[in-house]
Ligand binder design. Structure first.
Ligand code: FES
Length: 133
């Protein structure tokens, strides 16, 4: 019932772990099952230079986490923000319908991390604008 791609990413998750001194961290919990996913980003020149994940969840959540890191690595932030839960599930050749909710974590955690970074940057810009004033 799982595609070969799901099984592959579950058995050999890509980019699993933590980044020391990340530029941004995103975390989401799945309200359906209580599982949690965390994404760490290293960002350089507006691009995702490195990305890692930690997922406390089911096999489908681990596979979608792994896939979203592959999809996002090397992308600029605007492009990465466009990655949707549906795109991640499609890249994995689909998920069983009762496991579709598991794919919600991956793109949401990525977006949470990127927004965290952009918000921090906004704050920094505001502070330097104020100090320039
Ligand atoms: Fe919780 Fe899949 S059962 S993410």
């Amino acid at each position: 019932m799982y595609s070969d791609k799901v099984m592959d990413h579950f058995n050999n998750p890509r980019n699993m772990g933590e980044i020391e001194n990340p530029d941004a961290v995103g975390q989401v919990g799945n309200p359906v099952c209580g599982d949690i996913m965390k994404i760490y980003l290293k960002i350089k020149d507006n691009k995702i230079e490195d990305i890692k994940f930690k997922t406390f969840g089911c096999g489908a959540a681990i596979a979608t986490s792994s896939m979203v890191t592959e999809m996002a690595k090397g992308k600029d932030l605007e492009e990465a923000l466009k990655i949707s839960n549906k795109m991640v599930a499609e890249k994995l050749d689909g998920l069983p319908s009762e496991k579709l909710h598991c794919s919600n974590l991956a793109a949401d955690a990525l977006q949470d991390a990127i927004n965290d970074y952009l918000n921090e940057k906004d704050k920094e810009n505001n502070v330097s604008e104020e100090s320039n004033a």
